[in-house]
Design a protein. Sequence first.
Length: 364
Amino acid sequence: MKIGILTGGGDCPGLNAVVRGVTKSALKKGWEVTGFKDGYRGLVENRYIKLEDRDVSGIIIRGGTILGTSNTANPFAYTLEPLSEAGSPKDLSALAVSNLKKLGIGALVAIGGDGTLNIAKKLHEMGVAVVGVPKTIDNDLSATDVTFGFDSALKVATEAVDKLHTTAESHHRVMILETMGRYAGWIALRSGIAGGGDIILIPEIPYREQDIVAAVNERRAKGKNFSIIVVSEGAKSEKGEMTVSKVVKGSPDPLRLGGVSYKIAGIIEGEIKVECRVVVLGHLQRGGEPTPFDRWLSTGFGAYAVGLIEKKQFGRMVAFKNFCCTSVTLKDAVTALRRVRPDSQEVLTALSVGTSFGNSRYKV
Ligand code: F6P
């Protein structure tokens, strides 16, 4: 048996741990493993390496991906890099499939988020034996309780909240931390709860400007001259839109969010005599070592993916439910985004300890 493996979309801690988990489990069965470089780009352009035990030895701890990745490589709408010089996209999916056949690859493990898994689903519809593994710091895939990479991003965000606390307190300032997460507020919500944030702003609960100001004033009235706000990059007001920082042509989702924290600072400084400072955490959330949880989860995902291949259960994605690995169809995996439910226990927990979501309609 010869299997292929690739990592697609944005990187995150734990990718190497999955590559290791898949490779070691497959080699143990006497299979061969081919790693495609730079996500689906390697598949279309026939760029790959043979993975041996020594290639994956010691990589469980390393962030990023030894295979490289791409968030613009889509075999069904392929553009050459650099994107600024790229012509119109071409459907090169048949080439990708024929490359796999020529290499004698019997199954492909695609590790990625919704974009990568959507492509995996379409390749499966063309007859490729595919197994998906859910990656993303955003934790926004509905078919799994958690994706790997999220816990590591959460650790970075929570440490940032902790560090901002002391400086906010010393200077009597409002410190605003902007986290990633795209259209889901998981990183902001959980780091906000874990770090004791005073105001948490997430896309799922659109804010009201006057209610953010009221929450800061309420704290001041209690003698608390500083506030910590954790805002997800996708947060928006009840009447407003998300803040787009960049458009990346050729990417499955071309919109890049960012900058909402500056809006929030402007709103507060416009109404209250207080100094605000903004920290946009950005790609720090995607770097560095995976947490123990992510290493454990990624290793489990990798081994389980090989098990699915052995049982010929293709067109499926490894998932994590009730603290166990299981699998779901790729179709179910990409159907809906997993977003924070405003009536969830987590939101109620935050409200119970006095956290504001910048909207007075949400209260306990
Ligand atoms: O999906 C992961 C993620 O880090 C999002 O949280 C963020 O919005 C986006 O990717 C950033 O993408 P890029 O690396 O292309 O700037």
